[in-house]
Design a protein around this ligand. Structure first.
Ligand SMILES: Cc1cc2nc3c(=O)[nH]c(=O)nc-3n(C[C@H](O)[C@H](O)[C@H](O)COP(=O)(O)O)c2cc1C
Length: 198
């Protein structure tokens, strides 16, 4: 399968980078084609232009490349830290610019955008890996885990990705080497579950 891996973290020695590297390696070991993008490293510009907004067409070569790949992708893996209950801004910009109408979703003939969207992506499974510093009990009771709704419904559900699984590794700030090793092993086995060896 063709699998897009999108990483949003500025520091190349972070846990997020290690997760993304583990994911890409396991996908390759399982003989899948990997489209790997480290958004910070490649300097992805999250700012949508007025022209792009009104035309639904981008002139940014990187956006065009991402758009082409996401249309081909049969799997999608997103890796990012929890920043203020949201993805880092660079990834939000990727969603705005790449998962556009006509590419990732559309509305039926005669619907101006007020009705129910039709997902256009051919992604058979979408996986999200998150990290955070908030214990689960506090995340659920105080913050309501906004990332779950953002990915499951607002983004993946909207674009037609209905097979979805998300991991949240926490509390990173208090974690031991052993714990981080276990998380990386878990990430690799989740990849095996959805993208087994072919
Ligand atoms: C700008 C910023 C915002 C953050 N917001 C949150 C937050 O809302 N909830 C939380 O649990 N952790 C938050 N954190 C902590 C990060 O989630 C944590 O540092 C990261 O998941 C650790 O993984 P890493 O080592 O790969 O960076 C924030 C960190 C930064 C830099």
């Amino acid at each position: 399968m063709k699998v897009s891996v999108i990483l949003a973290h500025p520091y190349n020695k972070s846990l997020n980078n290690a997760i993304a590297a583990t994911v890409a390696q396991r996908l390759k070991e399982n003989n899948h084609t990997v489209y790997f993008h480290d958004l910070y490293a490649e300097g992805f510009n999250p700012l949508i232009t007025p022209d792009e907004l009104i035309s639904d067409n981008s002139r940014d070569e990187l956006v065009i490349k991402h758009t082409r790949e996401i249309r081909e992708a049969e799997g999608l893996v997103i890796v990012h830290p929890n920043w203020w209950g949201q993805p880092p801004a660079i990834l939000k910009g990727w969603v705005d610019r790449v998962l556009r109408q006509g590419i990732a979703y559309d509305f039926p003939e005669g619907d101006n955008g007020g009705g129910l969207p039709v997902g256009l992506l051919n992604v058979q499974a979408g996986i999200v890996f998150n990290t955070s510093n908030t214990p689960q009990e506090r995340e659920d009771s105080v913050f309501g885990d906004p990332l779950e709704n953002i990915w499951k419904e607002c983004i993946f559900g909207f674009c037609g990705i209905h097979t979805y699984e998300r991991r949240m590794y926490r509390v990173v700030a208090d974690s031991t080497d052993e714990e981080r090793k276990t998380w990386l092993e878990d990430a690799a086995s989740l990849i095996n579950k959805y993208f087994p060896k072919i």
